[in-house]
Design a protein around this ligand. Structure first.
Ligand code: LRH
Ligand code: MN
Length: 404
């Protein structure tokens, strides 16, 4: 076991020698904060099966307890995104004070317009006005819930789409959607923004009404300034350059946030940075470019076979490290190489930063925030999971569905 302080001192010395402002990097790292998803702690699976894990949280209050453990370990997960009705409670003030008693705040509120049978052919795009009214009612209810919980964002993903060519008029669907979302946007209190999440396919397999960043951006521009695009890393066709989408949306002032996860094939919802850590680094290289503000950062994963609290903890650690590496990019040298049309020198500037082992830096920042220098080790030695199993039961069964 190496001495983390000596590792840090050696790294800080090397970074200072190469012209980096280590204090500024530490300040930025200690301000880094992400939202974890309540549904990432609950049951989740594939169409083939959902395997319940021993000690799984039985309600939103226990999901918040698990989120608080991830924040205790990493110091960088102080908010929890909620999903309704999966996290529905009658007493919203009690839920809010429970979160605050755990040192947490409520992040984005996610409506659910994809499980009710009425939404089989769409929700806000549905041909039947009665169904659209029902969808708008749910969205307005979520605006109220967010206000009660102190949340400042509606994070909207629409599963809406068609499965066969000719099934419905694609533009008529778009106009229905725009009409419904305009009413929801009008109802947003000043502290709330609307995040519009796109997805290429699934559950729709012919046309998805919000299939890509362009269709989401156009909708946001029609709605108003507080409507912005949310990028889920698993929602693109293979080969799409996500960091370029980040740069363009930021340049349009419409980069609202992220759903971080990782995928090898489709919307796999695996641990962020577990498949393509270089892509994650490049996304943070764009986010940390001079003059850019950090948008809302939310994790959106489902842990079908892996231990959920450890998976979420590792995800926050992977995000901290990707951000730290991006902060080490020598921006002056990058700009000089780009001006000089020195193609490979510019690329190598990024590789220089990516190749630095930033773990001592992240460990020190976490330690200074009262969190764990080695969160995974602290979790495994701390007994939190064992206590949860003892308290909540060790049943390992097959569940009927998501999010709960
Ligand atoms: C859709 C999605 C969306 C959530 C859901 C849990 O694939 O990414 O953000 O509502 O997963
Ligand atoms: Mn998502």
């Amino acid at each position: 076991m190496t001495d983390p302080n000596r590792d840090y001192e050696q790294l800080a010395e090397r970074l200072t020698e190469t012209g980096r402002d280590v204090d500024a990097i530490n300040r930025a790292l200690s301000a880094f904060d992400v939202e974890t998803p309540s549904w990432g702690y609950g049951d989740s699976g594939t169409r083939f099966a959902t395997f319940q894990q021993p000690g799984r949280p039985r309600n939103v209050f226990e999901r918040l307890q698990d989120a608080a453990e991830v924040h205790r370990l990493t110091g960088a997960a102080s908010a929890v995104a909620l999903h309704f009705p999966w996290d529905h409670v009658d007493d919203l003030p009690a839920l809010r004070s429970h979160a605050e008693s755990l040192g947490l705040r409520i992040g984005a509120v996610n409506p659910n317009l994809f499980q009710d049978p009425d939404y089989k052919l769409g929700s806000v795009t549905h041909p039947d006005e009665r169904v659209r009214e029902k969808a708008v009612e749910h969205l307005l209810e979520c605006v109220h819930v967010a206000h009660e919980l102190g949340s400042t964002a509606q994070s909207l993903w629409l599963a809406d789409g068609t499965n066969y060519a000719g099934q419905d008029d694609l533009i008529a669907r778009r106009h229905r959607m725009l009409g419904c979302l305009a009413r929801v946007y009008e109802a947003l209190p000043p502290e709330q923004e609307l995040l519009v999440e796109y997805k290429l396919f699934e559950p729709a397999f012919y046309a998805t009404d919000l299939a890509d960043w362009g269709s989401a951006l156009l909708v946001c521009q029609k709605l108003g300034d507080r409507a912005k695009v949310l990028i889920d890393l698993g929602h693109h066709a293979q080969g799409v350059n996500i960091e370029q989408i980040v740069a363009v949306l930021d340049d349009e002032g419409r980069l609202g946030g992220f759903h971080f996860n990782n995928r090898k094939y489709a919307d796999d919802d695996l641990i962020v940075g577990s498949v393509n850590p270089f892509e994650l680094f490049l996304i943070f290289v764009e986010l940390t470019a001079p003059g850019r503000a950090m948008p809302r950062l939310t994790i959106d994963q489902s842990h079908n076979i892996e231990a959920k609290v450890e998976a979420m903890t590792l995800s926050v650690v992977n995000l901290q490290e990707a951000y730290a590496k991006a902060l080490l990019v020598d921006r002056d040298e990058l700009a000089r190489a780009q001006r000089a049309r020195d193609v490979l020198r510019a690329h190598e500037v990024l590789l220089d930063a990516y190749g630095i082992d930033v773990r001592p830096l992240c460990a020190k920042t976490r330690g200074e925030r009262g969190a764990a220098e080695d969160p995974i080790r602290a979790l495994r030695e701390g007994g939190y999971v064992e206590r949860a199993v003892a308290e909540r039961g060790s049943a390992e069964t097959v569940a009927e569905g998501w999010g709960r």
